[in-house]
Design a binder for this molecule. Structure first.
Ligand SMILES: *Cc1c(COP(=O)(O)O)cnc(C)c1O
Length: 496
């Protein structure tokens, strides 16, 4: 098997193992770790068809994590994808009307972040062992709402780790916030910031590359890592479910092996859809990756013009996990489409930092054909929830609705009859006010916990275990800080 190493998108080409890339999270030069090449699927597609999720996960992940023993990976996978998920299928593909939904929200925190964050702690533990350092891992995490809880669940009470989460105090749903601030576990820390997700992510990136801070941390025999999708250990497990959607479509008899399909992906930090791009590069027959944005449509504009411009109003929408103007993982795509040119990437990222915008050259533009940019306004998102519920009784969450709308627009513009999977990233239970209001105006004014009960009634589905007693759980985390005080908080927690 070909060994895969990892290097910085902005760096001088120094290569490290997957274990080191996962342990470090972010490169010291501020770039992101990327595989030296995307491995090709080692076996034929037809051999994947009978595999369950765990078998498929092993098949895909071992191609990327070549310094992990097969037994190590197997043990990670078995511990991750177990009864925490409410279905043994883990990521079911369901058909409603003419649409296919890949439901990635059956994990403990009801959002797709569980797909990767239920395995990342185990991958990280092995990485630390491999690197032979007994340092305490401090997991810094910025969240737009869903990563935070999934990371807390994954790392709570894991020996040798502390997990610290920053979330936008005003920018997450009530359920998302409750899930985080009620987190138990002595090694968990949750802090609201008076700022948005971009501020939180920027603060985390600055700390991960702050030499003085890193030195003080090292003196205490600790090191930082990250549970954000800037960590390559988040992305690789996400490649798996693209293949899994495909095998489910084949096994239903709805496509033939080898036939191309599209995916419509609700996008924020560009992590999920990048995993789809990696799946395509591995050999999965994907025609288009529809990049779905909400009103923070910086990616829609980028795909259509080649100009990335974050200088615009930040909109708080009903799909808060996608309220992002700086999509970190786009840097990994830029690196791929520039022919792995770290000088070009460094330059673009400096422009972004300095001027808030950049434009890619025409060669890179011509490489964007794998993607279609679509977006949904708030009204379109809400109408989509209404319409799908009326026609099929199926309840989409607000993020899934954005990808549904983007696909409808794609279909309208292209008339492309290729089978398309709508990636469904969260349970409607996390965003009940907007979901229920869209279904019927009579729900306006009820609180989140009343709405959870109403949603259970109309769907005949039990309230998921992850939130069933949320209302009664005590609030354990109350700290809120200014956006420029994140480092102070860390110094306080870690006594630096
Ligand atoms: C995180 C998240 C997204 C966006 O995923 P990215 O990988 O950041 O693009 C979409 N929907 C939900 C529900 C999420 O939690």
């Amino acid at each position: 098997m070909k060994q895969i190493y990892y290097k910085s998108t902005r760096g001088n080409g120094v290569e490290v193992t997957a274990a080191e890339a996962i342990a470090r999270g972010l490169c010291s030069d501020g770039g992101l770790f990327v595989p030296t090449s995307i491995p090709k699927l080692a076996i034929e597609l037809k051999e994947l068809m009978h595999m369950n999720y765990k078998q498929l996960a092993l098949t895909i992940m071992k191609e990327f994590l070549t310094d992990y023993e097969e037994d190590e990976l197997k043990s990670c996978i078995h511990k991750a994808y177990d009864k925490k998920f409410d279905t043994t299928i883990i990521a079911p593909l369901v058909k409603q009307g003419q649409s296919y939904f890949l439901e990635l929200y059956h994990g403990p925190t009801l959002a797709f972040k569980d797909m990767a964050l239920s395995i990342l702690p185990y991958l990280l533990k092995i990485a630390v062992k491999k690197l032979n350092n007994n340092k305490e891992m401090i997991i810094l995490t910025a969240t737009s709402g869903d990563t935070g809880k999934a990371a807390l669940e994954g790392f709570a009470n894991v020996d040798g780790t502390k997990i610290i989460v920053f979330f936008p105090e005003q920018g997450v749903s009530e359920i998302q916030k409750r899930q985080m601030v009620t987190q138990t576990g002595d090694n968990t820390f949750v802090i609201g910031i008076n700022g948005n997700f971009d501020d939180a992510q920027d603060g985390v990136k600055q700390m991960l590359t702050n030499k003085d801070l890193l030195k003080r941390l090292d003196d205490k025999s600790s090191m930082f890592s990250s549970a954000n999708s800037i960590n390559i250990g988040r992305l690789i497990p996400q490649v798996v479910y693209y293949f899994y959607a495909y095998t489910q479509l084949c096994n239903r008899g709805d496509i033939k092996i080898g036939e191309e399909i599209n995916f419509s992906v609700p996008t924020g930090n560009f992590g999920d859809i990048l995993a789809g791009y990696y799946a395509k590069k591995m050999g999965l027959p994907i025609k288009k990756l529809i990049c779905a944005s909400n009103e923070n449509k910086v990616l829609f504009d980028f795909i259509n013009t080649g100009i990335y411009d974050k200088v615009r109003d930040f909109v708080i929408t009903m799909s808060p996990s996608m309220d992002i103007l700086i999509s970190s993982n786009l840097e990994r795509l830029l690196y791929a489409i520039s022919g792995q040119d770290s000088v070009v990437i460094k330059n673009l990222m400096e422009q972004l930092n300095k001027n808030g915008k950049y434009e890619i050259n025409s060669t890179m533009k011509s490489e964007l054909g794998d993607f279609f940019g679509g977006y949904a306004t708030e009204a379109e998102t809400s109408n989509a929830i209404t319409e799908v519920y009326k026609n099929t009784n199926y309840v989409m969450d607000t993020h899934t609705a954005v990808s549904y709308v983007a696909y409808q627009k794609y279909l309208g513009q292209t008339k492309d009859a290729t089978k398309t999977v709508i990636v469904s990233t969260a349970s409607p239970y996390k965003f009940t006010p907007d979901v229920m209001k869209s279904i019927d105006a009579k729900y306006t004014g009820l609180n989140d916990f009343e709405l959870i009960k109403e949603l259970s009634k109309i769907t005949n589905i039990d309230i998921p275990a992850g939130i069933v007693d949320l209302e009664k759980r005590p609030v354990l985390h109350k700290t809120v800080c200014a956006k420029n005080e994140m480092q102070k908080q860390i110094e306080k927690i870690l006594k630096l």
